[in-house]
Design a protein around this ligand. Structure first.
Ligand SMILES: [Zn+2]
Length: 692
């Protein structure tokens, strides 16, 4: 699905590289479109769907990694009052509350910063980490020592262990001053305060952080030996007592009317604030309710970010450049006459593809309206001079990098260079992808190094990376390399001789095989060496089984998907025709087989092992029936999934456990007939409690 890929790309640019290409509003729109599609067609949800991911794996950087004890979540977004009302209604439904039972929420402004987790043990700051991908972040303990808002020591009487979570940010004025200084010194300019904060915090050399005026405010917590209060407001008040700045606009709202009022009053004061905010965050105030509501995919069910509308400005598109990516995709980029939008100077817009340019009727020299929301390089929303009589922009039909023909496949929007491996842009982009953090994660082999080694003819394919050790002397002879840096590079390459199979597979950049899909494939196959034969089996099956006459498209698809899953030995729903055929196409190409065999002559990925959830019902199929008294059916299902179990709707021979409440009828009888274990709600609660 193109949409999912686009989202993944922008996600990576934003979170891992601090270099977003599109506005937040535009990104949000992509994510929403994806969610809408998933809601309408749940059978099409991909395992690597953006709705199941948060942030991005951390970028290449010398900072060490930290695994969060409690995952750092992101928030679901709302853009209208109706969506906020729906959210409140969903919360009530989930908790199955009586109509007259009030639900209070907290509201506070959403500062546009970098999420950070601060771990205090016995009141002393022992670790500070960025969010990263939510599970693994970067260690910035030395860096936050220079942020005055962050206490190193908390007052007496605080819990033994407490992780404070909040945002590191830079005020608007400091951001402008920093960019002026950077410009004078010929340094890198930051697109916006958020990027400046991220770039300033994530520094190997903490003295750089010291020179940057960073601020912090707290809005939540992670792991804690004790939570001081029964509500969100209680704990935020405590955080303030302990010396943390919190949102000056923090308040408690008795109902949805109060929430929307908070949104409007905070929005009205927005322009006058010394920092950038991009919305208002609501949280269910009662912590026992937060706990019951839990999480769905990447976000808590008990919180919501209500975003502000985007800011707009007019400017001229001076030229349209074409960039060529790893898959050969030609992406047009508009170079703008610099313009200030909401306090940030903007010079580039991504134009996405040929269709987007056509939709806007865009040509070089056109006056356009651009839009950004709280952040980053924006989108073009309108072309003011489209009626002017000038020739239309002609999208290139040849690759600007290698001169090969560039075409769009039938039904595809994207124009791709057909040069494949003769195209230097594609080859280097693929190598960069192969060594990136989400893939093989080879430290020290950065983009510039790959470009340089590629130009020297040293890197033709991934396997060549593992032959660089034979070029030690040649590398040493290059400018900028010393004994130590060469040895570090070669050591980090050697450290990946037995790479994680799923990461290696992802690194090959086979179409439709994202990080999650690669993991699902390896969970099924175990041994990566079996993949080519499996892919060729799919290829043969496809040849032998064209759609039968009179067979419906849906039936044909279902049959194919079943066969593909059987061949690949996977059970995940995210793997179907697109993945199966992409694998078949890849391994059917003799050239790709060569690249594969060559790589496997250099590396030996061990058998893929699956981490199991430690609960009594992990891997089992559970059916809930009858009336549940302490929770809604949705909550019960969510608990089952969290414990690694599958919640099914009907009792069958595959069912392992039935949880029956009062009034359970035919399902209970069927369970008894099949000899399936039946427990009551209290018994279920014990299993949940035992798993922690
Ligand atoms: Zn090309």
């Amino acid at each position: 699905m193109r949409l999912a890929k686009q989202i993944a790309k922008h996600n990576r640019l934003y979170h891992a590289e601090d270099a977003p290409e599109i506005s937040d509003a535009e990104y949000d729109a992509l994510v929403r479109r994806n969610s809408e599609l998933e809601e309408a067609f749940p059978h099409l949800i991909r395992a690597d769907s953006p709705s199941r991911q948060v942030g991005h794996e951390v970028a290449s950087s010398p900072l060490s990694k930290v695994t969060h004890e409690v995952r750092m979540m992101s928030l679901d977004n709302a853009f209208s009052d109706e969506e906020v009302e729906d959210f409140v209604a969903r919360v009530r439904r989930f908790l199955s509350l009586a109509e007259d039972e009030p639900v209070a929420f907290t509201a506070e402004d959403k500062i546009d910063g970098l999420s950070c987790s601060l771990r205090y043990e016995q009141g002393k700051l022992v670790m500070a980490a960025t969010r990263g991908d939510g599970q693994v972040g970067e260690n910035v303990t030395a860096n936050v020592a220079h942020i005055e808002d962050i206490p190193q020591q908390l007052p007496e009487g605080v819990p033994e262990l407490f992780e404070v979570r909040g945002e590191v940010y830079m005020e608007k004025q400091a951001f402008t001053a920093l960019n002026e200084a950077q410009e004078e010194a010929g340094g890198k300019l930051f697109a916006n305060p958020r990027n400046a904060a991220a770039g300033s915090l994530r520094q190997k050399d903490a003295s750089v952080t010291k020179a940057r005026p960073l601020r912090f405010w707290a809005h939540g917590w992670g792991a804690a030996s004790d939570v001081p209060g029964d509500t969100q407001s209680d704990v935020v008040a405590k955080l303030k007592d302990w010396g943390f700045p919190v949102s000056p606009d923090f308040r408690r709202c008795a109902d949805v009317g109060g929430m929307l009022q908070a949104y409007r009053s905070i929005g009205e004061g927005r322009a006058g604030l010394p920092y950038e905010i991009d919305g208002v965050v609501y949280k269910v105030d009662r912590l026992d309710w937060q706990k019951r509501l839990g999480f769905v995919a990447k976000a808590p069910r008990w919180a919501l970010a209500h975003k502000f509308p985007a800011e707009r400005a007019e400017t001229t598109v001076e030229s349209i450049d074409i960039q060529v990516g790893r898959t050969g995709k030609l992406t047009p980029v508009g170079r703008l006459a610099p313009v200030l939008v909401g306090g940030v100077t903007v010079t580039n817009v991504t134009l996405h593809n040929r269709d987007e340019i056509a939709r806007l009727g865009l040509r070089e020299g056109d006056r356009v309206v651009i839009q950004r929301a709280g952040d980053v390089i924006p989108q073009v929303v309108d072309n003011l001079t489209r009626e002017e009589d000038r020739p239309a922009y002609v999208f290139p039909d040849h690759c600007p990098e290698c001169g090969s023909e560039a075409v769009a496949e039938e039904g595809e929007v994207d124009v791709r260079c057909t040069g494949g491996l003769i195209c230097p842009a594609q080859r280097t982009e693929r190598l960069k992808h192969f060594v990136s953090r989400g893939a093989l994660d080879i430290e020290g082999l950065g983009e510039k190094t790959i470009d340089q080694f590629f130009a020297l003819g040293w890197l033709e394919s991934p396997a060549d990376i593992f032959r660089l050790r034979k070029r030690r002397e040649e590398i040493l002879a290059l400018e900028g390399w010393q004994e130590k840096s060469v040895d570090n590079l070669l050591a980090s390459i050697e450290a990946k001789r037995e790479p994680d199979a799923a990461r290696m597979l992802f690194g090959l950049g086979i179409r439709h095989v994202g990080a999650v899909t690669a993991r699902d494939l390896m969970k099924g196959l175990g041994d990566i060496h079996r993949l080519p034969e499996k892919a060729l089996e799919i290829h043969a099956y496809r040849q032998e089984h064209p759609q039968a006459e009179g067979e419906s498209e849906g039936k044909f698809t279902a049959r194919m998907v079943e066969q593909i899953k059987a061949i690949l030995e996977v059970r995940t729903d995210g793997i179907g025709m697109a993945v199966g055929f992409a694998l078949a196409d890849f391994f059917h190409e003799e050239h790709n087989r060569k690249v594969w065999d060559d790589l496997l002559s250099e590396v030996s990925p061990p058998l893929y092992k699956v981490a199991t959830v430690d609960s009594e019902v992990a891997g089992k199929t559970v059916v809930f029936t009858g009336k549940l008294e302490t929770m809604s059916r949705d909550e019960a299902k969510a608990q089952a999934e969290r414990l690694g179990a599958k919640a099914a709707g009907t009792v069958s021979a595959k069912t392992d456990l039935v949880v029956a409440g009062p009034g359970a009828g035919s399902k209970l009888k069927k369970a008894a007939d099949l000899g399936i274990e039946v427990i009551d709600e209290a018994g279920w609660a014990e299993i949940v409690a035992a798993a922690g």
